[in-house]
Design a binder for this molecule. Structure first.
Ligand code: ZN
Length: 240
């Protein structure tokens, strides 16, 4: 049969051309009776013509952009539960992929991410939130640590102990607000010591540490790690 088809291509084409409508009806009826076969055939085609399919999809999307958006919005509204389940399943199956992506994202958008962390924590604690960026506060405080009064190097990035962080003067956990008046610039190490120590004890430790660090910085031309590592390394950016 296959061989006969190969040898009679012209004949078949002429027949198909003369019986176009009949063939279309027959095909439609066959497709309606064999939905699984149609699906499998379409999938096979897509898999073997990936580039072509994606090009065609792209072109279709560009030509029908507005309609597509409208359709998607309607679809999402109607199927929100279904989508949520699907997304949760995808997240559960791709935990490592998501973690790697988030790591890269945090690195590339550190400031945005910090802002998000502050706001999320404030929301969790149900405190008043004001919209502002960390950089705005850093500039306002003239890049001077408000806890030890030493200059902060703008170029240092988290988790360098001497990098810039946002410190809540009255901690969020003690009903402080996430607002401009309740935040100040502080070294990461000062911020951590403040949150984990008693006030006087903390002041002494900070003084000692910063003196030691500035000595090491001058000697080596770069920042050295803390002489005595902080007992509780933060998993997230520290917010006090
Ligand atoms: Zn400091």
């Amino acid at each position: 049969m296959k061989l006969w088809r190969e040898n009679n291509k012209d004949k078949i084409a002429a027949y198909d051309c003369a019986h176009k409508e009949e063939k279309a009806i027959r095909n439609k009826a066959w497709a309606a009776a064999n939905p699984e076969k149609v699906k499998a055939k379409a999938k096979k085609y897509r898999d073997s013509h990936k580039e072509k399919t994606s090009e065609r999809r792209k072109a279709f999307y560009i030509a029908h952009c507005g309609e597509q958006k409208l359709y998607s919005r309607e679809y999402n509204k109607k199927n929100s539960k279904k989508i949520a389940i699907r997304m949760k399943r995808w997240r559960d199956e791709n935990k490592e992929k998501i973690a790697a992506y988030m790591k890269d994202y945090r690195k590339a958008n550190l400031e945005k991410f910090l802002q998000y962390i502050h706001e999320r924590r404030s929301r969790k604690l149900k405190v008043i939130i004001e919209k502002f960026s960390s950089r705005e506060i850093f500039e306002r405080d003239g890049w001077i640590c408000q806890l030890c009064r030493k200059k902060i190097n703008e170029g240092l990035k988290y988790p360098d102990p001497l990098c810039a962080t946002l410190d809540h003067i009255i901690p969020l956990s003690k009903d402080g607000t996430h607002s401009r008046v309740n935040v100040q610039l502080a070294h990461l190490i000062c911020n951590m010591r403040k949150s984990s120590s008693l006030p006087e004890e903390s002041a002494m430790q900070i003084k000692q540490y910063v003196m030691q660090s500035s000595l090491q910085t001058t000697n080596r031309g770069r920042t050295a790690p803390p002489a005595e590592p902080a007992s509780s390394e933060p998993e997230e950016f520290p917010v006090v």
